[in-house]
Design a binder for this molecule. Structure first.
Ligand SMILES: [Fe+2]
Length: 195
């Protein structure tokens, strides 16, 4: 699927792992895994999300959103600003996400395994979205940016000079990234105000 997006009202993020106690080991120095620690972690992610993303924003969620079933995933969804376009990760349940979309069409934009986005204004930006990092992707030699999650730390490396790549994993990026900022930081924008 290819989607026209507004660079100034579209964010990208991944790997929130809501309801996943094990992920707290990456996020808490005290290594607490109890209910209170989980609730605190949810509050922290949701606060950062809502401070960053506008209520009418589009959010590309590149996988591993929630480890829970429909009801508890829905609970989190309704606390988050924006409409979510899901690209599935290895921890996402396809049926849960489909039912989430059916029950919340105003909050869930789409559910798929792969997504491409292009800017809809005078600027030209091409993003290729996948949960997993790829070795090659559509438009790589023309300057498209591969946006991925899955890697929860920054110590992974890519082959040198391969192209424009951004790991949007929550545990690396620490916040949702505005696509306009991604485009500028990668030098991946042409047209007004760009190259
Ligand atoms: Fe993950």
């Amino acid at each position: 699927m290819s989607l026209k997006i507004n660079l100034d009202n579209t964010w990208v993020t991944s790997d929130h792992h809501f309801w996943h106690r094990g992920i707290l080991r990456y996020r808490r120095e005290d290594q607490a895994l109890d209910d209170a620690a989980l609730a605190e972690s949810h509050d922290q992610v949701i606060r950062t999300w809502n401070q960053t993303i506008s209520e009418d924003g589009l959010v590309l969620v590149l996988g591993d959103f929630s480890m829970a079933g429909l009801n508890r995933t829905e609970e989190v969804l309704h606390r988050l600003n924006g409409s979510l376009a899901f690209v599935r990760g290895n921890h996402d349940n396809a049926k849960t996400l489909r039912r989430l979309k059916d029950r919340n069409p105003e909050k869930v934009h789409s559910v798929q395994d792969y997504l491409e986005v292009k800017s809809d204004g005078m600027d030209t930006f091409w993003g290729v979205c996948s949960h997993y990092p790829m070795l090659d992707w559509n438009g790589r030699i023309y300057g498209s940016v591969m946006l991925h999650g899955h890697w929860h730390s920054a110590h992974h490396s890519y082959p040198e000079g391969i192209g424009r790549i951004v790991n949007v994993n929550w545990d690396v990026a620490k916040e949702p990234l505005l696509l306009r900022s991604v485009a500028y930081s990668m030098g991946a924008i042409r047209g007004e105000g760009g190259e």
